[in-house]
Ligand binder design. Structure first.
Ligand code: ADP
Ligand code: MG
Length: 320
């Protein structure tokens, strides 16, 4: 199926800063793409370009085949966008603000009322609909921004840090809402919370200094961690000392590292060493509290690809 969002060769410079540097990707229906990256990486700038709020220096964006610069109104009709910080009109109430947005979107009468009711219900705004927005907590302000983006039930959603400022329960609610909507939409969310990527994204792009430095499913990204398929042993220093040479001699073992609570056995890429390690420990009759396989953590990969010269746990430094 054709991609719903097609981004090709986006570049944007602010003075000396190359905020977005040759960014290309596509998003299909049913996908939730996570934009991951440190502060200042260029996530919000890319989102502002994708949604037509900022002109790129070069590159193209097509939403359902429609070029955002050639036909901005048509392209935005099926797009919901929550900008960074979820700006809205603070002197309005959520009800007034959503009514205003409904009017802009071309809804009136009972259709407008139904849409406002649905968006308010999805984002759980019911208790604050008549209170002025400037008196709301950050979490509620964020949900007003989300309701505004969902009001016309768009098929494309671009949400800039949708869970920023929410408490853990509210974060969970918003993630659940995104998951529920995902099947029929193409969604991009930005975040610097790695667990969010695992929780809601089918794919993630890691951005650093405006460039895409990694692109894959959360599992694919984790597999690039220096910890991936490694075996961690919890044991006393003395036991570790007795095991190191034999572990090093095992087929498929690349390296054995001493860690605060034991050892970390790093495999040669592609090797599955867990059973070999287990057998060795049993044969030697040593007391090892725990032997476990590690799948790698997004956090390690994130650090490896976003910090210049940075390696996570002495990772392989395997960069794109
Ligand atoms: N309007 C602007 N004028 C000048 N510099 C900007 C502007 N918007 C963003 N930048 C700069 O571009 C870079 C990327 O910013 P941004 O896209 O907001 O990053 P992120 O959302 O990943 O934190 C930063 O260095 C930021 O200071
Ligand atoms: Mg941002």
């Amino acid at each position: 199926m054709a991609a719903m969002i097609e981004v090709d060769g986006l570049c944007k410079r602010f003075g000396a800063i190359q905020a977005v540097d040759d960014v290309s990707f596509t998003v299909a229906r049913g996908e939730v793409l996570g934009f991951l990256g440190p502060n200042g990486a260029g996530k919000s700038t890319a989102m502002r370009i994708i949604t037509g709020f900022l002109e790129p220096d070069s590159g193209t964006v097509r939403l359902e085949g429609v070029d955002i610069r050639d036909r901005p109104i048509a392209a935005r009709q099926n797009l919901g966008y929550m900008p960074e910080g979820a700006p809205s009109y603070h002197e309005m109430t959520p009800l007034g603000f959503l009514g205003f947005i409904a009017g802009i979107r071309g809804f009136s009468g009972s259709e407008a009322e139904d849409r406002i009711a649905t968006a308010a219900q999805q984002t759980q705004l019911g208790s604050v609909l008549y209170q002025s927005i400037d008196t709301l907590s950050r979490g509620f302000k964020r949900r007003v921004g989300l309701a505004q983006a969902l009001l016309h039930d768009p098929e494309i959603l671009v949400l800039d840090e949708p869970t920023d400022g929410l408490d853990p329960n509210q974060k969970h609610e918003v993630r659940t809402l995104i998951q529920e909507m995902a099947a029929n939409k193409a969604i991009i969310i930005s975040t610097h919370i790695l667990e969010e990527v695992d929780a809601v994204c089918s794919r993630a792009i890691i951005i650093a200094h405006g460039r895409i430095v990694a692109d894959g499913t959360p599992d694919e990204l984790k597999s690039r961690s220096g910890r991936h398929m490694g075996v961690a042993l919890t044991a006393t220093r003395e036991t570790c000392r007795q095991l190191v040479a034999d572990l090093n001699a095992l087929n498929g073992v690349a390296e054995v590292e001493l860690e605060p609570r034991g050892l970390f056995v790093k495999p040669v890429p592609g090797s599955d060493i867990l059973d070999l390690v287990r057998v060795l420990v049993r044969q030697r009759g040593l007391s090892v509290a725990d032997i476990r396989l590690e799948m790698g953590r997004l956090e390690d990969v994130f650090r490896e690809v976003t910090i210049p010269g940075g390696t996570a746990h002495g990772g392989t430094g395997d960069r794109p």
